[in-house]
Design a protein around this ligand. Structure first.
Ligand code: NAP
Length: 293
């Protein structure tokens, strides 16, 4: 009997490199994780940067984060992206946290530094980068309104305040959570109402409203798109669909619009920068991501 033919070992004869025993491994841990675009973004960047690195998904159920970080230490993973439901748990499991991760009490990225695991949070940095790159919008001195008060909203509120926003108004269904989110912006943060959107230079949807395939998909946005127009920027954190109904309406009303895909790409770029010490190819990552949403 003829033995089955085998795939060539790394590197392949045609010059395409496969992961080998020397490949550096990073990944994304979450649950579920199979839908995550992070490995695609990371691997697109590694290929363009010519790095022998690979990124994979690690499905880690709720309650299993401590074991996953022990595994990260033992296996020598160079970095981990962290997503739902582990962002707050991991903040308490790493050896130390960046100032941003301490303020938010949440980690979306673990970096291996001299054997220690450092927790960081790049969501806010990614959001502000997406505003600058996607709309030429500079938060410094701007009046901003953020709808939502969950983990993503908190990162956005903190980043806007740290970027010099003149005011960060938080609008949310549950006022208690709005107070806690607004407090992250210090003296420029406060809780407000949807009617204040007309006076804001930037209005952000940081809720899942409009996200395909969720219970909230068809819910009515707290700030109607009709109240946002010329001279204003409407930014949605949702990226599936790429342009939500809210963004389409705000665009039709004359506002400049920014989709959540930019934040996804730029928060991943910030993680790659920390892991590799090099600037990742944001344009190539953006193109890869737009083909998938
Ligand atoms: P979260 O922690 O669960 O918070 C959700 C927030 O949305 C809460 O403030 C909640 O209000 C509010 N909300 C939920 N359903 C609502 C509804 N039907 N009407 C009005 N408000 C509603 O979620 P998260 O992690 O912050 O994520 C929020 C969204 O951002 C998700 O769609 C997520 O996919 C997206 N996101 C995008 C990126 C990116 O890179 N683009 C990164 C992170 C998150 P209450 O407090 O009143 O319950």
């Amino acid at each position: 009997m003829t033995p089955p033919s085998r795939e060539p070992a790394s590197p392949a004869a045609d010059g395409v490199a496969f992961p080998s025993a020397a490949t550096t491994v990073v990944g994304v841990m979450g649950y579920p994780v199979a839908h995550s675009l992070s490995p695609l973004l990371h691997n697109t960047a590694f290929a363009a940067m010519g790095l022998d690195w690979v990124s994979v998904g690690f499905p880690v159920p709720e309650g299993a984060a401590a074991g996953a970080l022990t595994g990260m230490r033992a296996l020598g993973l160079a970095g981990l992206s962290v997503t739902m439901p582990h962002k707050t748990t991991v903040a308490a499991l790493v050896d130390r946290c960046s100032p941003v991760a301490v303020s938010l009490g949440a980690v979306n990225c673990v970096i291996r530094q001299d054997g220690a695991l450092v927790g960081d949070n790049t969501d806010g940095e990614g959001f502000v980068a997406s505003l600058r790159r996607g709309a030429g919008f500079e938060p410094d001195g701007a009046r901003c309104l953020v709808v939502g008060a969950g983990g993503a909203a908190r990162a956005v509120v903190l980043a806007l305040a740290e970027s010099g926003a003149a005011e960060v108004v938080v609008v949310n269904r549950h006022p208690g959570r709005a107070e806690a989110a607004a407090a992250l912006a210090g003296r420029v943060g406060r809780v407000g109402g949807p009617e204040e959107a007309a006076g804001a230079a930037l209005v952000v949807n940081a809720t899942p409203v409009g996200m395909a395939g969720t219970a909230s998909a068809g819910d009515v946005p707290l700030v109607p798109a009709t109240s946002i127009g010329p001279g204003q920027v409407a930014a949605d954190l949702v990226y599936h669909p790429l342009r939500t109904e809210w963004l389409v309406s705000a665009d039709a009303n004359g506002a400049t619009v920014v989709s959540g895909l930019g934040m996804l790409v730029h928060q991943a770029a910030a993680q790659l920068r920390s892991w590799t010490g090099q600037d990742p190819p944001v344009g190539a990552m953006w193109q890869a991501a737009t083909r998938m949403v």
